[in-house]
Design a protein around this ligand. Structure first.
Ligand code: B12
Ligand code: SF4
Ligand code: SF4
Length: 211
């Protein structure tokens, strides 16, 4: 089941697909949906990417429901289905946590999910399910090494330079208030605050953009 789901999503435009075992990380009404299908698309988080991520989520839901399993798609951005149960989950559910647990990459010093091939350029979405999909191996450590490019170039000095690991997942990597105020003061893209310098400067995955 996992191989054919992954193949279908990759054929439909996903850049990366991983399965995470989230047993113990979820609570309340969604605790039983403890497998996560983490989907990454290598593009900027713009309208087209969001539409593609949502399409891939729908495919995943259809695939799993057809085999008798329950699903819950967590939207990739905050503007979807305002006021609904899933729109509340959007703010509570961390797509990066699902992605590292699904083996798609580590959390870099810029606080973002870094894939070895695509760097911080994957936009993420997650579908939770009770399907017994075999989990991929989680990523355990930060592979940024000595690099500090994102810290040195962040215009709001928001990046602390600390390193993430699965055993200390909540170390402060980015002073999010500083990042947020800077983004809000910057020129807006499609009506949304933006910066993203810590994405553009990261050496991981850069080859994709030049070639
Ligand atoms: C809120 C938010 C913001 C806020 C942050 C405010 C805040 N208080 O969190 C602001 C506006 C600053 C922001 C900025 C950006 N964001 Co944003 N944001 C989010 C959002 C909605 C939630 C993130 C969140 O939960 N934050 C809470 C904090 C505490 O968690 P965290 O530090 O981000 O991550 C920690 C945990 O994941 C934990 N962790 C990691 N692995 C594991 C494993 C386990 C088992 C556990 C328990 C924990 C754990 O460790 C991490 C580091 O401490 C997500 C979408 C989503 N629902 O996931 C997008 C998201 C994280 N953003 C994204 C992007 C692209 C950006 C920007 C680049 C946008 C831009 N162009 O400016 C910047 C980058 C800033 C930066 N360097 O982080 C992408 C990241 C893609 C990627 N490859 O990582 C996401 C996933 C959206 C998406 N659908 O793709 N964002
Ligand atoms: S988005 Fe901009 S302000 Fe925020 S951490 Fe990245 S480089 Fe710094
Ligand atoms: S720029 Fe360097 S330190 Fe920052 S996330 Fe990328 S590899 Fe890690």
């Amino acid at each position: 089941m996992k191989t054919s789901l992954r193949k279908e999503l990759l054929d439909q435009g996903a850049t990366g697909v991983g399965i995470a075992d989230l047993r113990g990380y979820l609570s309340g009404e969604i605790a039983h949906l403890d497998r996560a299908v983490s989907i990454g698309v290598d593009r900027r988080l713009n309208e087209n990417t969001l539409n593609l991520l949502m399409k891939l989520q729908k495919r995943t839901v259809r695939f799993l429901k057809a085999r008798g399993h329950r699903t819950l798609a967590i939207p990739p951005d905050s503007d979807r289905r305002k006021g609904t149960f899933v729109s509340q989950l959007y703010a509570l559910f961390n797509h990066k946590m699902a992605a590292t647990s699904a083996g798609l990459g580590w959390i870099g010093k810029n606080g973002l999910l870094i894939s070895i091939d695509h760097g911080p350029r994957l936009s993420l979405a997650t579908v939770l399910t009770d399907a017994p999909l075999r989990p991929d191996a989680p990523v355990e450590h930060c592979l940024c090494g000595e690099c500090l490019l994102c810290k040195d170039h962040c215009p709001s000095q928001a990046i602390t330079g600390s390193q993430w690991s699965r055993s200390s997942p909540f170390v402060e990597l980015v002073r999010l208030d500083q990042c947020r105020s800077h983004k809000t003061s910057k020129r807006q893209t499609s009506g949304k605050p933006n910066c993203g310098l810590c994405v553009n400067i990261c050496p991981f995955g850069r080859k994709d953009e030049s070639g």
